[in-house]
Design a protein around this ligand. Structure first.
Ligand code: PYC
Length: 321
């Protein structure tokens, strides 16, 4: 006879290489209210659930979790709260694509346009084909341009600050060539840039921490416009070109007059996968980006948490009792 254990049903997918884990059963009950207030409740009352789902041994630092919840706006097919190895995200572009292919896999959506409610606003997802999705992201904008910071071992690093659903510091000239072999150096350099921004009080609007760093360089493929490396808040790198990061990039290109509305921008990731981005103008000098990429289901699984498991809440760096 086995003891009763906790089960959590998840569907794992990847979007251009970047994993998304959608919780479809066994998640915390966050009650009602806006998605932003439910995200706060998640953080305050159920953060152990985030750790169980994302951290090793059940997850990994690269995984972005997505908790499906009932939407407030009845025109939305679902609400969704994104989370990762360190906390909670406002929006997640690759994650929204992962949610769309997951909802299609579950038979909850068919090809067409659907709306998802997130803590930072409603995004439209267009399931073009079973594995091809375009998301119309939240309005994005460049907040500050050519901000110089002194970074330990790197010297002066200059970048733009932009919002694409998360805050980004975008560095046009990567301090290291954007190759897979340089992942460690790029990750370490990004961590130093992030620390320098904090040290110097450089923030997004309303003092928000800039928790994503993006380095750019020339594309490897002749048909892409640029290659990037994206450092995520928990120290992992984005295997995809990052949906919110590509949105922030489009906002900068638009502000510089380097990309016209509707003109495609092909952004290559550090592993060579791609998103195609376009934008249209919105109010207050903002743009509405559309990001298109592919998503594939990897597994439909039940996570099990047995009584007495010393790592039921993941490996956190604290010694088990
Ligand atoms: O695709 O927006 C994105 C994203 C954010 C963090 C990881 N991926």
């Amino acid at each position: 006879m086995t003891d009763a254990y906790q089960t959590i049903r998840v569907i794992d997918s990847h979007t251009e290489g970047e994993p998304t884990r959608v919780v479809v059963q066994g998640g915390p009950n966050l009650g009602g209210g806006s998605l932003a207030s439910r995200r706060t409740r998640f953080q305050e009352t159920a953060d152990d659930f985030r750790r169980t789902v994302i951290l090793e041994p059940r997850g990994s630092e690269a995984v972005v979790g997505a908790l499906l919840c009932p939407p407030v706006d009845p025109t939305c097919v679902s609400g969704v709260i994104f989370f990762n190895n360190t906390g909670y995200l406002g929006m997640c572009g690759h994650g929204a694509i992962g949610v769309a292919v997951t909802l299609a896999h579950l038979g909850r959506i068919t090809p067409g346009i659907h709306r998802l409610e997130t803590p930072v606003g409603v995004v439209e997802v267009h399931l073009i084909e079973p594995h091809l999705v375009a998301i119309e992201n939240v309005p994005s904008y460049r907040y500050r341009t050519k901000v110089a910071v002194e970074v330990e071992t790197l010297g002066t690093v200059t970048g733009d600050i932009a919002w694409g659903g998360n805050w980004f510091f975008l560095v046009e000239k990567s301090p290291f060539p954007l190759t897979f072999a340089n992942l460690r150096a790029l990750t370490d350099a990004s961590a130093l840039v992030r620390a320098a921004l904090v040290r110097n009080g450089v923030t997004g609007a309303d003092g928000a921490e800039i928790d994503h760093i993006e380095f750019f360089g020339p594309a490897e493929s002749l048909s892409a416009h640029s290659r990037n490396f994206v450092y995520c808040p928990g120290g992992a790198y984005d295997r995809s070109p990052c949906g919110t990061g590509t949105s922030a990039k489009l906002a900068c290109l638009a502000a510089d007059g380097k990309l016209a509305p509707g003109q495609p921008w092909i952004q290559e990731s550090i592993i060579g996968s791609r998103f195609t981005g376009t934008y249209r103008h919105a109010d207050n000098g903002r743009i509405v980006p559309t990001i298109t990429g592919r998503g594939f289901i990897c597994s439909d699984a039940v996570l099990i948490v047995q009584p007495g498991d010393p790592f039921s809440q993941g490996i956190t760096g604290q010694e088990p009792a």
